[in-house]
Design a protein around this ligand. Structure first.
Ligand SMILES: *Cc1c(COP(=O)(O)O)cnc(C)c1O
Length: 252
């Protein structure tokens, strides 16, 4: 594993990609056969490491603070060397930061829509920032672990909120569901209940709203459990420390 002093991004990336491939081979055949997307979570890490990962083929990057995403997305080095970079916002989005986020170059998706109000705001603001008439891709964040401190809607609200986005937010492109879930779940106890809940939310929302399950992504799984998440159906995994090196404690 790479350390903070001597990160070897290329090796980290290769390892993760080959483990993703192996996990895909173990995936249940009943699941949509979607090639999972790796989002490299670069929070706290400098632009130079992002460029390094980009030069080894990585295109999707994730940040969980608006200021940090905005700063990195506008970094001259990144703008010059990472022309096709795709930024995923994966943190808690406050209303007063929406404009800053939407104005960030190469913003690709907001994975953390946690209320109808936030969807409304994004829908209203996006036309000011988009090029041509492209919609803003979004995922709806579900609080699968019922923890007070976690953001996201209740699993039972999934259909209502997704329907709201589909019917009332013509500038948003609903892409799927996202969860963070509880940290340090012990897989020896069986499949991670957060991941099972997200899979079930997708099942229900697709039935209720007549959506094609192949078009509804699941963003779940981080450094410690992305392989497990893929086996259970993740189509997007968000992996940071095993690519870029450990972060200082509490710097999440
Ligand atoms: C930090 C973060 C990750 C990646 O965490 P690692 O343990 O470093 O892989 C994934 N998702 C979210 C929402 C995060 O904030």
């Amino acid at each position: 594993m790479s350390s903070d002093q001597d990160p070897n991004v290329m090796i980290g990336l290769k390892n993760v990609l080959s483990k993703i491939e192996a996990a895909v081979a173990r995936r249940n055949a009943n699941l949509p056969q979607i090639a999972p997307r790796l989002v490299a979570v670069s929070k706290i890490k400098p632009a130079a490491l992002i460029v390094e990962a980009y030069e080894h083929g990585q295109r999707d990057f994730g940040e969980n603070y608006v200021n940090e995403l905005a700063e990195k997305a506008s970094d001259p080095l990144i703008l010059e060397k990472c022309k096709d970079i795709k930024w995923h916002f994966i943190g808690h989005l406050q209303t007063n930061k929406i404009n800053k986020l939407l104005g960030s170059p190469n913003l690709y998706i907001v994975e953390t829509v946690h209320s109808e109000k936030l969807a409304d705001n994004l829908n209203k603001q996006w036309p000011k920032y988009r090029k041509s008439d492209e919609k803003l891709p979004v995922m709806v964040q579900i609080n699968t672990s019922a923890e007070e401190a976690k953001n996201g809607i209740e699993p039972s609200e999934t259909t209502k909120v997704v329907e709201y986005v589909l019917k009332n937010c013509p500038n948003l492109d609903f892409k799927g569901l996202m969860t963070i879930g509880q940290y340090d779940y012990d897989v020896s106890q069986g499949p991670n209940p957060d991941f099972l809940t997200l899979v079930k939310c997708r099942q229900e929302v697709c039935e209720n709203l007549n959506l094609d399950i192949n078009n509804v992504e699941l963003s779940m799984g981080m450094s410690t459990d992305y392989e497990h998440a893929i086996e259970l159906g993740a189509t997007t995994v968000r992996v940071g420390s095993v690519i870029f090196g450990a972060r200082p404690p509490k710097a999440n």
